[in-house]
Design a binder for this molecule. Structure first.
Ligand code: UD1
Length: 427
């Protein structure tokens, strides 16, 4: 397997193009199951997770064609079409590899009247149950059965009658599944305390373009008036706010200055607020964000929270930045119970971090030192890259498949702004 080698200490400067959002793409792709007409998605990031989802869609009989695939371009255009769905089962080997496969449950139920999806099982960053996905579908009138590690959802004849579900915990995935299932319900479906992440707004915008009737887009109360059928559409995937935030941390830790081309400030308020409090300058400009720093990194106290709060998906990268702050930071992870797996690896690079339960206390240090480190999940991997960019000497990051799931051509983008980074085959 490949590894990334970084010679730390280079100041980043220049422009980094921001790709389409992975987490938006993963909920836009299954919308192809909702119609027999073509769905074209522009600005899809080229990532292992997207390839995996494409493969899953092909298994259901969805055809996929790709255009705009010049090697030098970031992103691509995919057209998906499902005139006929050949299977309504998402098997264990696919769901296990990619948890987002659970997002076929809602659209498959809507289109076929039934869906059988393997339970995803545990996950590196916590238990991640799917009970809320199932309870929301049940509230809309689906019958749910569990057997042999699979969940089967069945709609009454004539489709889901509709209903109301009040989420006890805000869930991005469960909100997405419920929205897709509700789009063609025979009645009205209401979601209370729904997630309102920008990726959910992107999903609602696509569903609306396909003919869905949704009220309350961007709020935590969503009302979907079911329509008999959806049609095809063309949609531009929103920019990846987590990728943009990650590169902002990378630039800041090197004392650099970058323009994040395509990043959208309005999706990133909490990240921008945190970065500014840490002494980073962030200026929204035409077509992107300018990020720089001209003083010390300042310590922060911060908790992760559902949108519009500070994203759990930015916690590891911000922590890497705070490792070099002048003072002590306190981070509190409220979303996932096991999301500090980067801490032991950052410690091996000279960071001084103590964790107790969901709290991490980060004592800023003057210097980080290069080391061989092992990535344990996607955002944890990126935190090690960020630390490596500022470390003295060489950092080798192993287990790149995590990074390849979520960062489109990371080493190329960082090299564009002056990082000494290369990808080599592991020995
Ligand atoms: C999505 C994102 C992930 C991000 C997370 C939180 C995708 C593909 N993934 O994951 O990158 O870190 O949102 O912003 O978009 N929960 C339950 N029962 C459920 C579902 C969730 O208890 O049925 C809990 C989870 O354990 C967690 C919390 O709700 O504590 C939030 O999880 P959720 O928003 O569902 O995360 P995902 O959709 O899996």
């Amino acid at each position: 397997m490949d590894k990334i080698i970084i010679a730390g200490g280079k100041r980043l400067s220049g422009t980094i193009p921001i790709s389409g959002a992975k987490n938006a793409a993963l909920t836009l792709l299954p919308c192809a199951l909702l119609t027999d007409e073509p769905l074209t998605l522009r600005n899809l990031p080229r990532l292992a997770d997207i390839d995996g989802f494409q493969h899953l869609m092909n298994q259901f009989g969805v055809s996929t064609t790709i255009a705009g695939n010049r090697p030098e371009d970031f992103g691509r255009v995919m057209t998906l079409q499902a005139p006929r769905i050949t299977s309504s089962v998402a098997p264990y080997e696919l769901v296990r590899k990619m948890r987002a496969s659970i997002l076929v449950l809602g659209p498959m139920l809507a289109r076929m009247g039934e869906a059988t999806v393997s339970l995803p099982g545990g996950c590196a960053i916590g238990n991640r149950p799917i009970d809320l996905h199932l309870k929301a579908l049940e509230a809309f009138g689906a019958a749910i059965e569990m057997a042999a590690g699979y969940v089967r959802a069945v709609a009454p004849d004539g489709g889901l009658p509709g209903g109301e579900f009040d989420f006890p915990v805000v869930s991005v995935g469960a909100t997405e599944n419920a929205l897709m299932a509700a789009a063609t319900a025979s009645g009205t479906c209401r979601l209370l305390n729904a997630a309102r992440e920008p990726e959910i707004v992107d999903l609602c915008n696509l569903l609306t373009a396909m003919g869905a009737q949704i009220e309350g887009i961007g709020t935590s109360e969503l009302t979907v008036h079911g329509v008999p059928r959806l049609h095809g559409a063309t949609h531009h995937v929103m920019p990846d706010r987590i990728e943009a935030g990650s590169y902002a941390c990378a630039a800041a830790i090197t004392g650099g200055e970058v323009f994040l081309k395509g990043a959208r400030a309005e999706d990133m308020s909490a990240t921008i607020h945190a970065l500014r409090n840490a002494g980073v300058t962030v200026e929204p400009g035409k077509g992107g964000l300018s990020v720089g720093i001209d003083g010390p990194i300042k310590p922060l106290t911060l908790s992760t929270a559902p949108y519009p709060g500070f994203a759990t998906d930015m916690q590891a990268q911000l922590m890497a930045l705070l490792c070099k702050a002048e003072g002590t930071s306190v981070l509190n992870e409220t979303i996932f119970e096991n999301r500090y797996m980067h801490v032991p690896e950052l410690t091996r690079m000279g960071a001084h971090i103590e964790t107790t339960g969901r709290t991490a206390i980060v004592h800023g240090v003057d210097r980080l030192t290069g080391a061989e480190v092992m990535a344990t999940d996607l955002r944890a991997s990126m935190s090690l890259v960020i630390a490596g960019l500022a470390a003295e000497g060489e950092t080798q990051v192993h287990r790149l498949y995590h990074l390849d799931r979520g960062y489109e051509r990371l080493e190329e983008k960082l090299a564009l702004v002056g990082a000494a980074i290369e990808r080599v085959g592991d020995d």
